[in-house]
Design a protein around this ligand. Sequence first.
Ligand SMILES: Cc1ncc(COP(=O)(O)O)c(C=O)c1O
Length: 467
Amino acid sequence: MNDRANISLADLDRESLFHPVTSIADLEANGPMIYQGAKGATVTRDNGTELIDMGAGLWCVNVGYGRTELAEASAKAMTDLSYQHFFGGASSEATIRLADRLKTQFNETVAGADIARVFFGCSGSDANDTAWKLVRYYNNLRGKPEKKRIIARKGAYHGLTWAATAMTGIEGYHTAFDAPLDSVIHITCPHHYAFANDGESEAEFTARLIAELEETIAREGADTIGAFIAEPVMGTGGVFVPPAGYFEGVQKVLEKHDILLIADEVITGFCRTGNWFGSGTYGMRPDIVSLAKGLTSAYFPMSASLISSRIWKVLEGASPEMGPLMHGYTYSGHPVGSAVAMANLDIMEREDLAGASARLGPVLKDALTEAVGDNPYVGNIRNSGLMAAVEFVSEQEGRVRFPAGTNPHKVVAKHCLEQGLISRALPFLPVTSFSPPLTITEGEITEAAARYGRALKAAMPELDALR
Ligand SMILES: Cc1ncc(COP(=O)(O)O)c(C=O)c1O
């Protein structure tokens, strides 16, 4: 083993690691980008370069990096009860308190919510797999064994486990994986700027999308559709804020056809959109809610699935006959994760991060508009709380896109790194996303926007050449 000490970390990485969502060819050619530390909204590379992390990792480090309170909470939990499973009715205090807190918080902050129970997992993807399994279980128990397929939207990101991959509506994630796509129907992405017809108002766009949902259900048969899954604001797709009236219309249709609503709040949960939950911001009354990321601010891998009374009553009623509900994971309800989540939620409450997100979201949007709003290739700038986006077009008139495969936003992202900024180039539309820690300061936002402006300016000759 000793001879390995002489090999650079970059080479060891290339020889030993299999990275998620990474081009193997690019990694072999360019090597990894290695980070060694982070504090607040700033991350530090192994060469000492500091970058403002306008992604908060993957939309997840909501309370910022390096919070000692969370380290202390986890050290105490590891010392007191490092592990306890939850199978067969086993339980432990932090997890019991966390379940009660999440249930109460959701019911109190989302109008019309009726959450009855909380189930824990390890990732956003597994929460969505849990959701789909529960939809199937619920409808089997109700004697509706055909009512199982899912309606999702194009541009949706629901994760990359087997079922979540199929619900994800971005083709790149499906290629060559043979995901079970025949069980999912993807309908139009509710992003007015890019997908409205020329001259179509937001209200007309919403009406068209609701009519499409009705037609889809009529065509496929309501007795074959178990649930509709939606992110309140679509994140990875491109920070798509739903058009006015969208979820109101969707929910009327779902209720009429006895179709469940799954809210994928993996990004929007825990203050990202300016409220505790995106369901509250956008008037959703979900039957199942998937939470992860901000639940622990990514200090511990943990997800939660909130389950409404409507579903719970069916599961409870059938229990004597069904026996144990045979779903769960070794790490479901992990006591260390639960303690970290409790400490993380304490910080969010004490520092009013929902308020911070509501207040700083417009600051971020204005700063981006000031920095790049008059650039000829910037078609649209938008935000929902502290998630924001810059969308690129090659011509404003007619919202003309750059030629397929040219990826102007990836060119800009490369220049961002040179300016000391991490922003994300998304995989569905040419969009740069910004979702900083909710603890970011106004000064850091202004600085990040200025760096983004300089990066875009530096990228202009390359963008001109792409058209
Ligand atoms: C909306 C949404 N759902 C699900 C997931 C999957 O979460 P994970 O990567 O923890 O499995 C993500 C991850 O980005 C997400 O943004």
